[in-house]
Design a protein around this ligand. Structure first.
Ligand SMILES: [Zn+2]
Length: 233
């Protein structure tokens, strides 16, 4: 089983760096901040070590349940496959693998406009990943969707706030996992570890069409299907 490109490897750890409140009082910054610490939206990102070979691919024992923030961001931003890191775009969009918690069919509004921190999958890696995710989905449903226009939406990470005792201190307020959109006033207080994409022009992909695709460019166009139709098993 291939180790996904975005999976954290042994010895890859956050580089803990002192933070302070920005001079404008509207967020946090590193004490010794450098331009690469922020993304194109001005959001501050966690610093992380990477263990890469000479081809830029990760090496080391995988830590299966964890994701490397730098590689997750690269894959999401450039729409690269989260497993093999090759371009993930198919003929008319990108495939995403999502787990929906509904037990009795998909919610009517799902997945149009869904926000995800999962990078896309290329057509070659999709069938194997979908099968594995389906086995691990528990009560939820692993559903393949194709989004014609995945766009950066915001970030997930750690949200800080100014400590009431002084502007120079920051304290952990909440939360790991929630996505804060760009344009939200809290974005300046985020230390990001995941880039979130918003999926629009979305179609659910029937599971039986996944077995026919084995290499990029050969995947059949996803058939339009109402989002509320229960997944076939
Ligand atoms: Zn792939």
């Amino acid at each position: 089983m291939p180790v996904p490109y975005i999976t954290l490897r042994q010895y890859e750890r956050e580089v803990l760096s002192p933070l302070k409140v920005r001079r404008d009082g509207r967020g946090i910054c590193y004490v010794n901040e450098q331009p690469p610490d922020r993304d194109r939206h001005g959001v501050l990102w966690m610093r992380y070590l990477q263990a890469l070979d000479i081809d830029g691919m990760p090496v080391g024992v995988p830590e299966w349940s964890q994701t490397h923030p730098v590689r997750q961001r690269r894959a999401s931003q450039q729409l690269l496959c989260q497993v093999c890191s090759l371009p993930a775009r198919a003929d008319d969009g990108c495939f995403f693998l999502e787990v929906c918690s509904g037990e009795n069919g998909l919610p009517a509004e799902w997945p149009e406009g869904h926000v995800t921190t999962e990078p896309p999958l290329c057509p070659a890696c999709l069938p194997t990943e979908a099968e594995q995710r389906r086995q691990l989905a528990g009560l939820g449903q692993a559903v393949v969707v194709m989004a014609a226009t995945p766009r950066p939406y915001g970030v997930a990470g750690v949200l800080f706030s100014a400590a009431p005792s002084g502007r120079r201190r920051v304290a952990l307020e909440e939360t790991i996992g929630d996505v804060v959109p760009y344009g939200d006033s809290r974005i300046g207080w985020m230390l990001a570890s995941r880039l979130a994409l918003r999926l629009t022009d979305v179609r659910v992909v029937p599971p039986d069409s996944l077995t026919t695709a084995r290499r990029p460019g050969t995947f059949p166009a996803a058939r339009a299907q109402p989002a509320h139709v229960p997944e076939e098993r």
